[in-house]
Structures are given as structure tokens and as C-alpha cells.
Design a protein around this ligand. Structure first.
Ligand code: FAD
Length: 260
């Protein structure tokens, strides 16, 4: 059994025949580390209204994550649904973000500790197949990143754990055909949630939608809290609050969409 966990470039997986779905969104991100007196702050900061050099709104976000050790993790990410995304240089985008980030973080060329490191974000299970005769793909290799927010670490762990479970079953039964259940469980666990995300990222690819969400949505606390819960996959679907019901209603619509 081989577990293919070779990340977004997926060189090994490609040799096995894995391909990326080009109709699914993809992300690009850059990250660097800075010295900061605010490193012990108990909150992280995300900025949603990023602009390119021409002032156009970019679907993505900038972040500052305080690390508590005198440093902060600073980065930017954007989505391929941005019309001009192939021409975007994420290092420049990050430098612009650093220039405009709130001064209390103390970000500057002087406080910069590392040069930005960039990479692709393979999301929404855009790579596949997830299962072969005697192999499975996990994490970025299978495109497990959550398109709602670009988070991939927890999904790499989760897919690894789900895969391990099915590998054990297949080996115990001496039937590698059972590995196909891994693919089925991915669909069951993430299918609808990621489909909704694909609709969302397509919508925010329109600058006017992104602008409206960033400027109107951010001023409405209940709406923002609900959006954050959905984006972070923290909504408790068993709860019957208004937010959960709104999510179920949206999910019912998206479930019926033929494509996305
Ligand atoms: C700039 C940037 C910032 C990010 N920030 C966040 C964040 O804040 N939070 C978050 O949740 N996610 C973030 N992500 C996404 C996150 O990094 C990935 O989703 C996560 O690391 C995926 O884990 P993985 O183990 O699948 O792949 P990887 O972490 O890419 O690990 C794959 C490993 O396989 C190795 N490898 C490749 N080919 C071979 C081979 N043939 N043989 C042996 N080894 C091989 C690679 O060297 C690498 O070490 C970010 C991504 C980028 C690019």
C-alpha cells in the first residue's frame, strides 16, 4: 500500500495518473515571518478587501497570525476565480499588504525575518482519483484544502486519518477493492460543503460581489459570525439556531445545482 502525501505539486501522484480538475478553483498564497511586539496578542487578523496594483478588489485575504514568540506569520492568498489571477505576483501582493497592515503589528522591511515563500493551494478535492489499485492520496496531493478559507493543515490530517481507517479495513479483509470506500467517505464528508464553497468562490470572483460582502457583510455582526462559522467549518448542523437553518436552506439549493 502506498499513501501519496506529496503535496500540491503531486509529482508522484501525477506519475500514477492523477490529474487536476481545471474547472475547480485553485489558490495561490505567500507567507513570511516578521518580528512584532504584538506577537502575544490573543487574536489573529484577516483583511478581506485586498487590492491589486490597479486598485481592483481581489478575492482572497491577507492575514497576521501572532505566534507568541516575538514573531508573527504574515501572508496573502487569492483565488483563481480572480479574472487576472495568472498575472498576480503574490510576493508583490504581500509587500503591499505589509505596507497597509495596521501599524500595531509593526510590520516593515526592518522587522522582516524571512523572504516570502509562495505556493499553490489545491482545493475542493480537485485532484484525483483519490484511490488506485494499491494507493490512496491524502492532503494537498488530493486537493483537500478547504476552498472557503484556504486552510489545508487540518484537512491533510483528517484525510490521512480517514485513509488509514480504510487501509486497515482493506488489509484486514485482504481486499484492496475496499479502498474505494475512502473516495466515497471523502464525498460524504466534504462533498456538499465544498460544493457550496465552489459556488461561493465563483461569486466572490465578481469584484462587485466581493466588495459588497466585504463592506456590507463585515458591518453586520450576526451575519459575520455566521459567515465565519461556515467558512471555518464550525457550524454545528445539529443545532436548530437561525444560522444552522439558513445553512440548511442554502445547502438544499446548492445540492440541486447541476454543476459547480
Ligand atoms: C504560503 C502558504 C501558506 C499557508 N498557510 C496555511 C495556514 O495558515 N493554515 C493552513 O491550514 N494551511 C495553510 N496552507 C496550506 C497547507 O500548507 C497545506 O494544506 C498543508 O501543508 C498540506 O499538507 P500535506 O502534508 O498534504 O502537504 P505538504 O505540507 O506540502 O507536504 C508534502 C511533503 O511531501 C514531500 N514530498 C514531495 N514529493 C515527495 C517525494 N516524491 N518523496 C518524498 N517526499 C516528497 C514534500 O517535500 C513535503 O514535505 C498554506 C499554504 C501555503 C502555500
Amino acid at each position: 500500500m502506498v499513501v501519496v502525501a506529496d503535496g500540491s505539486l503531486n509529482r508522484f501522484g501525477r506519475e500514477l495518473g492523477a490529474e487536476r480538475r481545471r474547472d475547480y478553483p485553485m489558490g495561490m498564497a505567500a507567507r513570511g515571518y516578521f518580528r512584532s511586539a504584538a506577537s502575544h496578542q490573543p487574536f489573529l487578523e484577516s483583511q478581506l478587501d485586498l487590492r491589486d496594483e490597479d486598485g481592483a478588489t481581489i478575492p482572497g485575504y491577507g492575514w497576521v497570525f501572532p505566534l507568541g514568540d516575538g514573531t508573527v506569520n504574515v501572508g496573502v492568498g487569492l483565488l483563481s476565480t480572480f479574472r487576472r489571477w495568472k498575472t498576480v505576483n503574490t510576493t508583490k501582493m504581500m509587500n503591499r499588504y505589509v505596507e497597509t497592515a495596521p501599524s500595531y503589528w509593526g510590520l516593515s522591511d526592518q522587522s522582516r525575518l524571512t523572504t516570502p515563500m509562495g505556493g499553490k493551494l489545491t482545493m475542493s478535492f480537485s485532484r484525483g482519483p483519490a484511490v488506485g489499485a494499491n494507493w490512496v492520496m491524502v492532503g494537498d496531493a488530493v486537493g483537500a484544502i478547504n476552498p472557503w478559507n484556504g486552510e489545508g493543515i487540518s484537512y491533510a490530517y483528517e484525510t490521512g486519518r480517514i485513509a488509514a481507517h480504510h487501509i486497515l479495513d482493506a488489509l484486514a479483509a485482504d481486499d484492496l477493492g475496499l479502498l474505494s470506500r475512502y473516495q466515497a467517505e471523502l464525498e460524504e464528508t466534504y462533498g456538499l460543503y465544498y460544493k457550496m464553497a465552489r459556488v461561493f468562490v465563483r461569486l466572490i470572483g465578481y469584484p462587485s460581489v466581493m466588495r459588497t460582502l466585504a463592506h456590507v457583510g463585515l458591518r453586520n455582526r450576526p451575519l459575520m459570525e455566521w459567515t465565519l462559522k461556515v467558512m471555518a467549518n464550525l457550524l454545528d448542523e445539529d443545532e436548530r439556531h437561525l444560522g444552522e437553518q439558513a445553512y440548511q436552506a442554502l445547502a438544499a439549493v446548492v445540492r440541486r445545482l447541476p454543476v459547480a
